[in-house]
Design a protein around this ligand. Structure first.
Ligand SMILES: [Zn+2]
Length: 425
């Protein structure tokens, strides 16, 4: 089906930190979508066709849908749990909650809530951790596939240092992951991420089998956690006494490369940064989570200066908002504490094309370029009375974007399209 979507279109084709000519903006813009993909983008005057179905989103901004590169699907009922740092938070709140995903019917129900929340916040693709249970990944992939929504997800593998109800074994973790890959990887828009939760919850035997999965399925992403919290790092190194540092554990088992997403990566040693750069591995910045759990301040500028490109993500339920706008807001503040500046153009690039590049998917999602999937977010810069009042003094696009970045949330999301289909209201 062919249709025209009208509004103020903004799409990045390069990183604004590297070049001034990074985006295309049309004040009276239009996108023609055909069979779920973007067929053309330009001014409304150039693209209008007699008889073509039109959806008018003026005066709102139309951007590529947001991409969240680190989020925990089984933690929708853990977000906002009081008073703990990482390891206590996992043991007290998260592991008991994730054990509920063993119950019949729970995962499919939560998958619907999870996807509804992503779409309400303008997020069209997420890289998600499921619970240890195979059926949690099954439920998420089924629900996303039914909506034609691009999910990258995997069941966590964890075989120690957690309660019985959330443990697998090296063999069952391997077998279940393999079965899910065979069923879901590149089925429609679904992709599999091989998901060892982190080194604390995997024995060397499990890490070994994870490496085997990675060798057998080099097209899959890999997601795990790295150096989020100082107690976590000390415990990890006590479990792997031969490792030179935390990253070395993942390297030893053959996990590093451009497919790996290393959640948090806050407290890094010089050798780890050098190896990340050499292997093209990707850290993922999770600002609301890092503040909420008191984990530390991510060094985006320092990593960038070494040629490392980072993702940015919500990390629900350690993170506190599903909104990539709120994630950019808190990211801005963390980088302020680091003496670094997150310009609104860089911020909106990051949550769209930047994250797509980290995933190696920038030809498919993250821009409004012809050929890309028509996954879009429509943003209302005057969504609240406070925003509308502030917007009376905004004179530039950069200023408007910054107001959205700092004051915006799901109330600013007027519509979200997945493969050309409006998903809200
Ligand atoms: Zn996480």
């Amino acid at each position: 089906m062919r249709q025209l979507i009208r509004g103020r279109t903004l799409s990045f084709h390069a990183d604004p930190t590297d070049t001034e000519n990074a985006f295309t903006y049309h004040e009276d813009g239009a996108i023609i979508t055909d069979n779920g993909r973007i067929a053309a983008i330009g001014t409304y005057a150039d693209l209008q066709e007699p008889g073509l179905a039109e959806i008018d989103n003026r005066p709102h901004l139309i951007l590529p849908g947001f991409i969240d590169t680190h989020i925990h699907f089984p933690q929708v009922q853990v977000v906002a749990s009081w008073g703990a740092q990482l390891l206590d938070w996992l043991n007290t709140y998260t592991f008991p909650e994730e054990s509920r995903f063993a119950q019949q019917g729970h995962a499919p129900q939560m998958a619907e809530h999870f996807l509804n929340l992503l779409l309400a916040h303008g997020t069209t693709t997420a890289v998600a951790y499921c619970s240890v249970h195979k059926q949690s990944a099954e439920a998420l992939f089924s629900a996303a596939h039914a909506r034609n929504m691009a999910m990258i997800a995997g069941k966590v593998m964890m075989d120690r240092n957690a309660p019985e109800g959330v443990l697998d074994t090296p063999q069952s973790g391997y077998d279940d992951s393999k079965a899910l890959i065979e069923k879901w990887h590149r089925t429609g828009r679904q992709r599999y991420a091989i998901t060892p939760r982190f080194a604390i919850t995997s024995t060397p035997e499990q890490m070994q089998m994870t490496g085997q999965l990675v060798r057998e399925h080099p097209d899959c992403h890999i997601q795990t956690h790295l150096s989020e919290n100082r107690d976590e790092i000390a415990f990890t190194l006590s479990l792997y006494p031969k490792a030179r540092d935390y990253l070395d554990i993942y390297e030893t088992y053959g996990l590093l490369g451009d497919k790996i997403l290393l959640g948090h990566s806050i407290h890094l040693e010089e050798r780890e940064i050098a190896r990340m750069a050499e292997t093209d591995s990707h850290p993922v910045f999770c600002p609301t989570s890092n503040l909420f759990l008191g984990s530390g301040l991510f060094d985006e500028g320092g990593l960038r200066a070494r040629g490392i490109s980072s993702g940015i993500a919500t990390d629900i339920g350690g993170g506190t908002s599903y909104s990539m706008l709120q994630t950019l807001n808190e990211g801005y503040k963390i980088l302020q504490l680091r003496g670094q500046k997150l310009h609104p153009f860089a911020a909106f690039h990051w949550a769209t094309r930047g994250n797509a590049c980290v995933l190696g998917m920038e030809n498919e999602i993250g821009t409004l370029a012809p050929g890309s999937m028509a996954d879009l977010v429509v943003l209302d810069s005057r969504a609240t009375p406070a925003m509308a009042l502030r917007m009376e003094r905004a004179t530039t696009l950069a200023e408007e974007l910054f107001i959205l970045q700092i004051m915006g949330d799901d109330r600013s999301v007027a519509q979200t399209y997945v493969a050309g289909q409006p998903m809200l209201g």
